[in-house]
Design a protein around this ligand. Structure first.
Ligand SMILES: C[S@@+](CC[C@H](N)C(=O)[O-])C[C@H]1O[C@@H](n2cnc3c(N)ncnc32)[C@H](O)[C@@H]1O
Length: 243
């Protein structure tokens, strides 16, 4: 596992960890982010204009998609179990649930206005294929938006956050999960999330991946309380890309 992605067996472990925590996912996230997780999602979702056709890659149990008010929303998710959970919690009338991976999106070229990855991009097996697919399905002028947990550059702040992820997060998660469910875990799934956090590099990696695909105006900003980041890039209009 590194900043570019992971092996198939590592990816399957990440997926299994996510499926294991699914019933507790939102509760644990709120706890470990001191209630900020949903605020970040709402902040990111507000970047979609009302009439945008929206695609979310890695929609999990629907925790981000439920903040979207758009008429046309596609939620793509590789796990059947998580898709089923989101079917129960999302408005099926306007949201189309698709089983698949962000590295191979079953939508036509130039068909969506915004692609969101809400805390899912670091779970991709191959991030370069992921950004290539984002570029392909976006219309000219469309935007890719990738939200993830903040990762400060090496230094005391980074050390502090690393300690939080390594020790506080798994401990808090244990408090929020029913003991019977915990007893059934093969491994602690929250350790897997620490692995993906440590491996994903920095937002500069995300920015480079977007630029390499041809995205322009690539930038990263902090979300509330600087605990998460949002990296964005625009698919250029043809006239500007050739200039
Ligand atoms: C941490 S969850 C994020 C769920 C939701 N987007 C949110 O805001 O909470 C990451 C999701 O990405 C999914 N995922 C993993 N690999 C993926 C891939 N290659 N393509 C798309 N989604 C993937 C996982 O199954 C999981 O549901």
């Amino acid at each position: 596992m590194n900043h570019e992605g992971m092996s198939t067996s590592e990816w399957i472990e990440v997926l299994e960890a996510m499926e294991e925590v699914a019933p507790y996912y939102d509760r644990v996230n709120q706890l470990i982010t001191l209630g900020l997780a949903d605020r970040w999602r709402a902040e990111v979702a507000s970047r979609a204009d009302k009439n945008d056709v929206v695609l979310e890659l890695g929609s999990g149990p629907g925790s981000f998609a439920r903040h979207l008010g758009n008429q046309t929303v596609y939620c793509l998710e590789p796990s059947d179990r998580l898709l089923k959970a989101s079917r129960e919690s999302l408005d099926g009338g306007k949201i189309s649930l698709i089983r698949g991976v962000g590295e191979s999106v079953p939508l036509t070229d130039d068909s969506v206005d915004k692609v969101f990855c809400s805390f899912s991009f670091r779970d991709f097996r191959n991030r370069s294929f992921g950004t290539s697919e984002m570029f392909r399905v976006l219309r000219e002028g469309g935007q890719a938006l990738i939200a993830d947990v903040a990762k400060p550059p090496p230094g005391p702040m980074a050390k502090l956050l690393q300690m939080h992820m390594r020790f506080v997060v798994p401990a808090l998660a244990r408090v929020a999960v029913h003991p019977a469910a915990r007893a059934a875990w093969k491994n602690d799934p929250y350790r897997k999330f620490v692995d993906t956090y440590e491996a994903f590099g920095f937002t500069t990696v995300y920015e480079d991946l977007l630029r390499r695909q041809g995205f322009v105006d690539v930038s990263t900003e902090f979300l509330t309380m600087r605990g998460a980041t949002l990296t964005r890039g625009n698919k250029p209009w043809k006239s500007t890309s050739s200039s």
